[in-house]
Design a protein around this ligand. Structure first.
Ligand SMILES: Cc1cc2nc3c(=O)[nH]c(=O)nc-3n(C[C@H](O)[C@H](O)[C@H](O)COP(=O)(O)OP(=O)(O)OC[C@H]3O[C@@H](n4cnc5c(N)ncnc54)[C@H](O)[C@@H]3O)c2cc1C
Length: 575
C-alpha cells in the first residue's frame, strides 16, 4: 500500500527537488574534508578523509593543484559533482591527501558542428552535455540511462547504454581526444598537460582509467547529427529469453531487455533510430529518476524492511508485482509529448530519450522531495551489481539463472521489485580496461540493510547468481558498481591489463593518484576482499567459514543450489 501511494505521488511529476548533497564536505574552509558518494555510504560503510580539497575552475588551476600534490608526493584523487560510484573509487590514498573536485570544470570548450566534434570540461554533468550538444543540432549517440554522472566519472568507470551497432553502447567509444594532467618531474614544474588525439595509443588507457593516470581536464567527443528514436516496450513470457538475448542486440540499435524472474516475464525494449521527420516529441522522464516526496519514501522503506526479513514473504512479491504493474501502466515514465503517454511507439529526439534525471532539479525545498537514494533521509538504500558476460556464453548463463529461479522463486522478487534485471549490450573495446568481447551487461539493484552485518534470507540466491556469473561465466564487473568480492581477480579477465599498467607507471610513477582500493582492484597490492566476521553478509568476501555469515542468527556458509561451487550464507531454520 505504502509503495503504491509512493508511486502514485511520483506519477504526479513533482517539479522541484532538493538537489543531491555535496559529496565533498570540509570542516574548515577547504581543509579537514570528507568525501562520500551519492548514497552517503561506500561499500564498507566508511566515509573517506582528505586533508584538503580544491575546486579548480580552469585548466591552469587544475595544473597548479596537481603540481602541488606532485611536488609534495601527496596522494590525490578526483571527486565529481555527485559521486555516483558504489566502490571507493573516489577515495584518495591515506588520510593526508588532496581531493580535486571537478564540480567547477563544467563548461563547453568548443563545438565544431561541421565535424560533429564537441570538447567539454571533464566535470560536466551528462545532462548538461546532452543539452549543450542538442542546442547545436548534435547528439551523443549512446550514454548511461541516468544523466547525473559526469563525463570524467562515467568514462573512468567504462559506463554505457546499450548497443551492438556501430561502435556500440559505451561512451568511451566516442572519445576522440583528451587532455589529461599528470604528475611530472620538477624540471617540468611537477605537472604537465598531455594531449591525446584519436590515434594516440595512450588514449586506450586514458578513456577508461579509474582515475589513476591523472586528472582528465577536457574530453573531445565525436557526435552525430541529431536524430530521433522510436521506443516500444513489449512484455512477453521468459521461456525463450536465452535465445532472444543472443539476437535482440542485432535486431534493435538501442534494444535492451529487463527480466522479471519471479513473474517469468521479460520487458523487451524495441528501440530504433528513425527518420528525423518522423512525427513525435516524446520524452523519457524515467519514474525511478524523478524527485520523490520524502515522507512516503521513508514509510515505504519501513515497510520494505519488514518484508525483507521474512523468508516466505508472499507480501514482498505482491508489492513487487504492484510496482511492476504501475511502471508498465505509465510506460516507465515515457510520454509522447512531454506530459502524457498516449501509446507506443514513443518517438522523440535522441537528447530527450537517451537518459533522464529529473530529481537532479535545482529548487531547494527543504527535503520535501529528493532523489530516492538521498542519504539525508532514511529512504531507498540499495546495492547494484553489474557485470558483463561474453555474448557466446550468455544463453547458458540465462539457462542457469532460470534453473536457480525455479528452485527459489520467492528470492527473486527483490529483482522484480526494481523492475527487473537489466540486460544491455556493450561492444568489444579498444580501451585497455573496457570489454574485451561483445557482451551483455547484467544489472540488478536490490535491498541493502542500513545495519551492518544484518543477514537477509534472500541474499544466498543473489550471491550465488553473481558468483556463478563471475566464476563459471568469467563475468567482468562494472568498475563503478558491485561489492568488494566481485573485483577479486578482475585484472586477469582484461587481456590488455599489462598495457594499462605500463601507461599508469609512465604517467604517475609515484602512484599519487592511486589508493588502497585502486591498488587492490588493479592487482597491484592486496585484495579487495576483506575477511572478517559477517564479511559475506556485507559482500566484502565470499564465505569460507560460518563466521563470515551469521551463525548466531541461523546463517551458515553453504554451497549454492545450482552452482554448487558457490559459497553463500544460507538460512538454516533450527529444528
Ligand atoms: C542511479 C544510477 C544510474 C546509473 N546508470 C548507469 C548506466 O546506465 N550505465 C552505466 O554504465 N553505469 C551507470 N551507473 C554507474 C555509473 O556509471 C558509475 O558509477 C559512474 O560512471 C560514476 O560517474 P560519476 O561522475 O559519479 O563519477 P565518480 O563516481 O565520482 O568517479 C568515478 C571515478 O572516476 C574518477 N574521475 C572522475 N572524474 C575524473 C577526471 N576528470 N579525471 C580523472 N578521474 C576522474 C574518480 O576519481 C573515480 O575514481 C549508474 C549509477 C547510478 C547511481
Amino acid at each position: 500500500m505504502v509503495l503504491t501511494v509512493l508511486l502514485l505521488v511520483l506519477l504526479a511529476g513533482l517539479a522541484g527537488s532538493s538537489p543531491p548533497p555535496e559529496p565533498v564536505v570540509c570542516a574548515r574552509g577547504t581543509a579537514d574534508c570528507t568525501v562520500s558518494n551519492a548514497f552517503g555510504s561506500f561499500l564498507d560503510r566508511t566515509v573517506c578523509r582528505a586533508a584538503h580539497a580544491t575546486f579548480p575552475r580552469t585548466e591552469k588551476e587544475l595544473v597548479a593543484a596537481v603540481a602541488a600534490a606532485s611536488a609534495a608526493k601527496r596522494k590525490v584523487k578526483v571527486a565529481t559533482k555527485h559521486s555516483h560510484s558504489f566502490p571507493k573509487l573516489a577515495c584518495p590514498g591515506g588520510s593526508d591527501a588532496t581531493i580535486i573536485s571537478t564540480e567547477r570544470l563544467n563548461r563547453v570548450v568548443s563545438v565544431d558542428v561541421a565535424k560533429g566534434l564537441m570538447t567539454v570540461e571533464s566535470g560536466m554533468v551528462l545532462r548538461d552535455l546532452i543539452q549543450a550538444a542538442a542546442a547545436k543540432g548534435l547528439a551523443l549517440p549512446h550514454s548511461p540511462y541516468w544523466s547525473g554522472l559526469t563525463i570524467g566519472g562515467l568514462l573512468a568507470t567504462g559506463a554505457h547504454g546499450s548497443s551492438l551497432w556501430g561502435k556500440g553502447g559505451a561512451v568511451h567509444e566516442y572519445v576522440v581526444g583528451m587532455r589529461i594532467v599528470t604528475p611530472a618531474p620538477a624540471s617540468q614544474g611537477f605537472a604537465v598537460v598531455r594531449e591525446l588525439c584519436a590515434d594516440h595509443p595512450d588514449l586506450n588507457a586514458a578513456k577508461v582509467s579509474l582515475g589513476v593516470l591523472g586528472v582528465v581536464s577536457q574530453v573531445t567527443l565525436a557526435l552525430q547529427p541529431m536524430f530521433k528514436r522510436s521506443v516500444t516496450f513489449v512484455t512477453r513470457d521468459d521461456s525463450d529469453m536465452a535465445e532472444k538475448a543472443a539476437r535482440w542486440g542485432d535486431l534493435h540499435e538501442f534494444g535492451d531487455m529487463a527480466w522479471l524472474p519471479q513473474l517469468r516475464k521479460v520487458i523487451y525494449r524495441e528501440d530504433d533510430r528513425v527518420a528525423i521527420k518522423t512525427v513525435g516529441d516524446g520524452l523519457n522522464d524515467h519514474l525511478g529518476f524523478r524527485s520523490n516526496p520524502t515522507a512516503p519514501l521513508i514509510s515505504g522503506r519501513v515497510t520494505m524492511e519488514l518484508l525483507e526479513k521474512n523468508i516466505n514473504a508472499i507480501a514482498r512479491c505482491k508489492a513487487a508485482n504492484a510496482t511492476v504493474s504501475l511502471f508498465e501502466t505509465v510506460a516507465y515514465g515515457f510520454t509522447n509529448n512531454g506530459s502524457m503517454f498516449t501509446g507506443y511507439p514513443v518517438v522523440g529526439f535522441q537528447h530527450q530519450i537517451q537518459a533522464s534525471g529529473a530529481c537532479l532539479g535545482s529548487q531547494e525545498d527543504a527535503l520535501l522531495t529528493s532523489c530516492a537514494w538521498d542519504p539525508r533521509i532514511r529512504g531507498t538504500f540499495f546495492y547494484t551489481n553489474g557485470y558483463s558476460i561474453a555474448l557466446s556464453r550468455v544463453p547458458a548463463f540465462i539457462a542457469d539463472m532460470q534453473q536457480l529461479r525455479d528452485r527459489s522463486p520467492l528470492s527473486f522478487c527483490g529483482i522484480d521489485a526494481s523492475v527487473g534485471m537489466l540486460l544491455r549490450y556493450v561492444k568489444a573495446s579498444s580501451a585497455y580496461l573496457g570489454k574485451p568481447e561483445d557482451s551483455i551487461d547484467f544489472d540488478i539493484s536490490y535491498y541493502r540493510s542500513y545495519s551492518k552485518g544484518e543477514p537477509n534470507p534472500h541474499y544466498d540466491v543473489l550471491d550465488e547468481l553473481q558468483q556463478m556469473a563471475l566464476h563459471k561465466y568469467s563475468a567482468i564487473p562494472h568498475w563503478g558498481k558491485n561489492r568488494n568480492f566481485a573485483f577479486e581477480g578482475t585484472m586477469a579477465k582484461h587481456p590488455k591489463a599489462d598495457k594499462f599498467l605500463e601507461v599508469k607507471q609512465r604517467y604517475d610513477p609515484d602512484g599519487i593518484f592511486s589508493s588502497e582500493w585502486s591498488d587492490q582492484v588493479l592487482g597491484i597490492n592486496g585484495s579487495p576482499a576483506i575477511f572478517e566476521k559477517h564479511c559475506a553478509i556485507e559482500g566484502m568476501c565470499i564465505c569460507s567459514d560460518d563466521s563470515h555469515c551469521a551463525p548466531e542468527e541461523g546463517y551458515y556458509c553453504l554451497p549454492g543450489k545450482v552452482y554448487t561451487d558457490a559459497r553463500v550464507c544460507s538460512f538454516q531454520p533450527a529444528f
